[in-house]
Design a binder for this molecule. Structure first.
Ligand code: FES
Length: 166
């Protein structure tokens, strides 16, 4: 997953993705998936380009992007934390945990902390129900998470980030 900052490079990437997928039946979702895969998110500049090529309105394209939580409209942070919202985790207190985590990070779902380090996402079952409540931090799944454990995980993430920057 690469992020392109140059505007013309961005437009070229989006144009080539549209060209590659526009003849498919139902091309919008494949185009959105491919854009997110290539860029890490779906930039606002992509919306009018996709709309024009698929003969849709910008509102229709935007509506699909915002309907599917999977799609990002802005770049993700350096780390992604997903909190499980499925049944087993809920029965073990994940709703309270998510409220505390949102407060601690000062973000809602699909947002990134002010320092750009952590993006918070919901997820629906991590396959770790026996150890609910569960979260995923980048590629690692953690079970029986409480705020103490969460603080340790965040400390470790941010310490690694500081060490990498030194
Ligand atoms: S319900 Fe949360 S890991 Fe399965």
């Amino acid at each position: 997953m690469t992020q392109t900052s140059n505007g013309s490079e961005l437009a070229a990437t989006i144009n080539s993705i549209i060209a590659e997928h526009k003849t498919l039946e139902g091309p919008l979702l494949p185009i959105l998936h491919a854009s997110q895969q290539a860029l890490g998110y779906i930039p606002s500049e992509a919306v009018p380009m996709i709309a024009e090529q698929l003969q849709l309105t910008k509102a229709e394209v935007h509506g699909v992007i915002s309907f599917y939580h999977f799609f990002r409209s802005s770049p993700a942070g350096n780390n992604t934390i997903q909190i499980c919202r499925a049944e087993s985790c809920q029965s073990m207190g994940s709703r309270e945990l998510e409220a505390e985590i949102k407060q601690r990070l000062k973000v809602d779902y699909h947002q990134t902390t002010a320092d750009g380090e952590i993006t918070l996402e919901p997820v629906y079952c991590l396959g770790n129900c026996a150890c609910s409540p569960a979260i995923r931090v980048n590629d690692d799944i953690h079970g029986r998470v409480d705020m103490n454990k969460f603080e340790n995980i965040v400390d470790e993430l941010l310490t690694v980030a500081v060490e990498l920057k030194l």
